[in-house]
Ligand binder design. Structure first.
Ligand code: ZN
Length: 562
């Protein structure tokens, strides 16, 4: 393959694509033997992979430079074009579910293929195309609003990323000011954000109604997340375990943090400051950290070494922050090239190291699955599993903390990571409960939604003290979470996966090579099986089962000494 920057992008010919899919659909319907049906199915997978690769190239380039009008136009094209593909993709799914060769398909590819098809059949319909297009447009508007959020800090105009470093400052006054500026940034945009969220809720609820789903958008959201094994009741039980096991431990961590910082009461702007003399920063910028990561991946295993060298050789990451670049970080996949791509905005904090472990964990899993799985549909799993890949890699990177942060900072960096991973879980489940309550009562006003957020916060983060800032006291904090706007119901998957990653971490302490082999097997399996089966394959506990959170997390609480 060529380097990512040299890949020639061409807009897919949608009419030709539809025609090719229709041809395969006819072949699938008419198939007299399994071989014929199989060939049609695999050909359709290839056609889809090809179009998707073009989409991913355009989408990555759009985020690399949001001022580039060409790729911005391509994204608008895809928003409509992909929605218009739904009828043919739905017809294909229907044909697969009616194939007389199901047993043969299942014997070769497993049952997951049909589980996915059954879920897609419930969640896809021509009827919702207008809402899908409107949703895409509203989501894009939201992204623009969020990216344009600006505020002033000490006389300088800056966005969210400009404030981050100050928000972690060891100087309490500086952090407080930075957080106030941050709150102003969202308060200033809140009217617009509320409107956009209202619109998204209405569109999503309407789609669920048109599809005839009695569980409303919650049911559709679960289907879109490909949750075949569990529903809201199980997730509620998981949140109850978090409340019983993790919330009290984090409350103690917060008390210790207050003592360490020498403050009487920990305020919201203190939570990100772990040490009075400042958090541990990485040893260098992009070049140094990528070199450390490359050494680390070569040392961890032959598979990870080969993977990282591949990323390096083909320019499959863009890490530096630049004006015009989209915010945040992500990992995506170019199916045609069996290649992952990592996007980030380095800012000189520990978050940079996290990109090279977390996002690279996703990238490694994708790279591995794309080479182990025969189907496009199996190249990645559902996000509760995908986030196990990434979060567990963060723990496999612990022995290399000295290289990323310097020998003198190892204890600090490791404590910050481990306590941070545990302390985030109550927030993750808060976002989850918020979404369940929002979609259960979609007619709520913006003000009522804020009251709900405030109440949830008090349940899972009783230590949270907004220091009398009215916007935050009345529940404005939820607004900073882009997942609530863009990726409904995703957030609990981070919590489910972190619990599994903690279990892996416990196993690393006991038998490193056994933990690595299980992890590798999980990455190789990609999305070829359901969630519960993949957990079993990796020897992990099911987080919904009472007692499993305690079992997975106890050793972390002990290590953190609370
Ligand atoms: Zn992730």
């Amino acid at each position: 393959m060529e380097k990512f920057s040299e890949i020639v992008y061409k807009r897919p010919d949608m009419a030709a694509l539809k025609k090719a899919m229709k041809q395969q659909l006819e072949l699938l319907k008419k198939a007299k033997t399994y071989e014929e049906a199989r060939a049609a199915y695999l050909a359709s997978q290839e056609i889809t992979a090809h179009a998707e690769t073009s989409y991913v190239v355009a989408s990555v380039r759009n985020t690399l430079d949001t001022t580039d009008k060409f790729y911005d136009g391509e994204m608008q094209f895809f928003n409509r074009a992909l929605a218009m593909l739904m009828p043919i993709s739905k017809a294909f799914i229907d044909a697969m579910l009616r194939t007389p060769f199901r047993a043969e398909f299942e014997a070769e590819f497993g049952k997951q293929l049909f589980t996915l098809a059954e879920m897609a059949q419930k969640s896809q319909s021509k009827k919702i195309i207008p809402e899908l297009i409107a949703q895409g447009t509203t989501e894009n508007n939201y992204k623009k609003t969020a990216a344009a959020c600006k505020t002033t800090f000490r006389g300088e105009e800056c966005n969210f990323y400009g404030l981050l470093k100050h928000m972690e400052s060891p100087d309490r006054e500086e952090r407080k000011e930075a957080y106030l500026a941050w709150a102003k940034l969202y308060e200033g945009a809140s009217e617009q954000l509320d409107k956009q969220f209202d619109k998204l809720i209405k569109l999503r609820v309407r789609m669920a109604k048109k599809l005839g789903l009695p569980g409303g958008f919650t049911e559709l959201g679960y289907l879109n997340m490909h949750r075949a094994n569990y529903g809201p009741a199980e997730v509620e039980q998981f949140r109850a375990q978090v409340k019983a096991v993790i919330v009290p431990a984090v409350a103690k961590l917060r008390e210790e943090q207050a003592k360490r910082l020498g403050v009487e009461k920990l305020k919201y702007y203190d939570e990100t400051c772990i040490y009075p003399d400042g958090n541990a920063d990485p040893v260098g910028g992009e070049a140094e950290l990528v070199a450390v990561a490359q050494r680390m991946y070569r040392e961890i295993s032959p598979e990870t070494g080969e993977f990282f060298d591949f990323l390096f050789e083909y320019g499959l990451f863009d890490l530096a922050t630049r004006p015009g670049k989209h915010l945040g970080g992500y990992c995506t996949y170019l199916a045609d090239y069996k290649a992952p791509f990592i996007f980030s905005n380095f800012n000189g904090t520990a978050a940079d190291v996290n990109v090279l472990t977390h996002e690279a964990g996703h990238a490694f899993a994708g790279y591995t699955a794309m080479r182990s799985q025969p189907l496009m549909d199996y190249m990645s799993s559902t996000s509760e599993v995908n986030e196990i890949h990434s979060m567990t890699m963060e723990h496999f990177a612990y022995p290399y903390m000295k290289d990323f942060f310097g020998e003198e900072n190892v204890a600090k960096a490791k404590y910050a990571h481990l306590s941070g991973a545990l302390s985030t879980i109550p927030y993750l489940v808060s976002v989850d409960e918020f979404q369940h309550r929002v979609y259960a009562k979609p007619e709520m006003t913006a003000k009522e939604r804020r009251a709900v957020w405030h109440e949830i916060e008090q349940t899972y983060m009783p230590w949270r003290d907004y220091d009398g800032v009215p916007f935050l006291e009345e529940g404005g904090f939820w607004m900073q979470k882009q997942h609530i706007f863009l990726y409904p119901f995703y957030y609990v998957d981070y919590a489910l996966a972190q619990v599994c990653a903690f279990e892996f971490y416990g196993r690393m302490k006991k038998d490193h090579s056994d933990a690595w082999q299980s992890y590798l097997a999980l990455c190789r399996a990609g999305g070829s099986k359901g969630y519960f089966e993949l957990l079993q394959l990796a020897g992990l506990s099911n987080p919904f089962v009472e007692g499993s959170v305690e079992k997975a997390v106890r050793h972390v609480i002990e290590e953190l000494n609370v």
